[in-house]
Write a protein that binds this ligand. Structure first.
Ligand SMILES: Nc1nc2c(ncn2[C@@H]2O[C@H](COP(=O)(O)OP(=O)(O)OP(=O)(O)O)[C@@H](O)[C@H]2O)c(=O)[nH]1
Ligand SMILES: [Mg+2]
Length: 455
């Protein structure tokens, strides 16, 4: 951001586009209060104290009243952006919103870019980058679990953890420097053993954070659940029952579903992304075979697998090769309205989680939903108190691991401190890129353009 940009006063509609009861137009920058005041009819805003609310009217430059208005004044640095901010609450007609913005533009403000308010908050040190990204996640969150994680991130939980990691790295680095300075005098300041232990502890912590991304990402984007099994067992019927909609075509013809069909739905505190797949069987149909290949790939990407077995005609398919140890497998015996589940139970393993349902009558669907949320809770609980949900953070953490491993190897091999210090600096760089203590304009732009206008 250049200096002139920083000094510009920006404005934007901060409420969703369209008609609403009330719309909020936000103005931020050096001249925010003065610009709003030129359009203001009521007690002057120029004298208004910070964090006060005023009732008046907003008029265009020719003095034509646009609307009655409530103005909230925040004086920097005690505002979201750290600058002077005025929030104008007007009636939510599209015309009023547009006219208010036009009046502000003609009075000297300019339209904000995407995420520019939050970017200014970052630039003025009101929040670090990870917290700013938490704001974006909070706006986007669709479930209670995703919301909880975003709130923690916005309030700086993750940032605090990172700065603790950062501090212990700095300490490591300085101990190494000490060692360098005094090595000739034969003074042993920091025992290598101690340094080594500290580095390993750091590595484990960074590793744990990086690993938490798997569940963090699933919780944010929807936990992927693949519905798999032979043809005609009722997979598509089960999808429809779970999402409460006729999402997929159901028929008694084997091989009805050809392509992956996805739908997300909230159950309890979590968002789930259900993926209905083509039934797996030997086929000479080229298109069906392509669909089956997709089914197998979908199995690999799911966190939870619903293996559906038909109670009337119990068969299973071989996909053991595709299932990883970290994936949860639930065996769903379907069509229990038409046949007893005994035959189906006889062909499934004893240890498996079995839920009996009827996709037709919805019997047992509630139990299945409970089983799913139970697994989701263990996903969340198993990831520790800080969960990484942001792909950029995950990449930075992952990038910090190889140099940190080199530090550990170097300490083990008793390499000289200056070699090790170089790798340590690289680790620091990657961690710093998460909170924004080291960033480029390019990275900032790519982060903030993902925000909406007005945020
Ligand atoms: N009686 C009974 N029939 C069901 C139930 N669920 C599905 N069916 C019937 O089973 C047939 C197959 O259902 P689908 O949902 O299309 O099965 P699918 O597993 O998606 O089949 P493919 O897409 O071909 O792999 C349809 O005729 C459904 O009406 C159930 O719970 N009870
Ligand atoms: Mg189907």
């Amino acid at each position: 951001m250049t200096m002139t940009e920083q000094n510009n006063t920006i404005c934007a509609i901060s409420t969703p586009s369209g008609v609403g009861g009330i719309a909020v137009i936000r103005v931020s920058g050096h001249d925010a209060i003065a610009i709003a005041d030129t359009l203001w009819q009521g007690k002057s805003l120029l004298e208004a104290a910070s964090h006060t609310v005023h009732y008046g009217s907003i008029a265009d430059r020719e003095g034509n009243i646009i609307d009655d208005c409530v103005a909230t004044v925040f004086r920097g640095p005690r505002s979201f952006t750290g600058e002077d901010v005025v929030e104008l609450s007007v009636h939510g007609s599209v015309y009023v919103q547009k006219e208010t913005v036009n009046a502000l533009l003609s009075a000297g403000a300019r339209l904000a870019e995407r995420g520019e308010f939050t970017r200014r908050a970052f630039a003025s040190g009101k929040m670090d980058l990870a917290q700013a990204e938490g704001v974006a996640d909070l706006i986007a969150s669709r479930s209670r679990a995703a919301h909880d994680i975003a709130v923690r991130q916005m309030r700086g939980g993750f940032s605090k953890r990172l700065s603790m990691l950062h501090d212990s790295l700095l300490e490591l680095a300085s101990l190494l420097e000490l060692e360098l300075d005094f090595s000739e005098e034969d003074v042993e300041f920091a025992s290598r053993r101690k340094l080594y232990e500290q580095a390993v502890e750091l590595r484990d912590e960074i590793q744990r954070l990086a690993t938490s991304f798997d569940s963090g990402n699933a919780i944010k984007e929807g936990i992927p659940v693949a519905i798999i099994g032979p043809t005609n067992v009722g997979k598509s019927s089960l999808l429809n029952a779970l999402v409460g909609d006729d999402r997929a075509i159901v028929s008694d013809i084997h091989g009805t579903t050809r392509d992956l069909i996805e739908d997300t739905v909230n159950i309890g505190d979590f968002t789930f992304r259900f993926i209905d797949t083509a039934g797996i069987r030997d086929t000479s149909d080229t298109v069906e075979q392509l669909g089956i290949d997709r089914s197998r790939r979908a199995i690999g990407r799911a966190a939870i697998l619903l293996q559906v077995i038909d109670a009337v005609n119990p068969r299973t398919i071989e996909y053991a090769d595709n299932i990883a140890g970290s994936q949860h497998l639930i065996t769903v015996i379907n069509k229990t309205d038409a046949a007893s589940s005994d035959k189906a139970k006889a062909i499934v393993g004893q240890t498996e989680t079995i839920v009996e349902v009827s996709a037709r009558t919805h019997d047992g669907i509630e139990r299945l939903r409970d089983t799913l949320t139970g697994i989701a809770r263990t996903l969340l609980a198993g990831s520790g108190d800080i969960i990484v949900t942001n792909a950029r953070h995950y990449q930075a953490l992952t990038a910090a691991l190889p140099p940190l491993n080199r530090v550990i190897d170097g300490l083990t091999a008793n390499l000289s401190g200056d070699f090790i210090a170089q790798d340590l600096r690289e680790v620091l760089h990657h961690l710093g890129s998460i909170t924004g203590s080291v960033t480029t304009q390019e990275i900032l732009t790519s982060i903030f353009t993902r925000f909406c206008i007005g945020k």
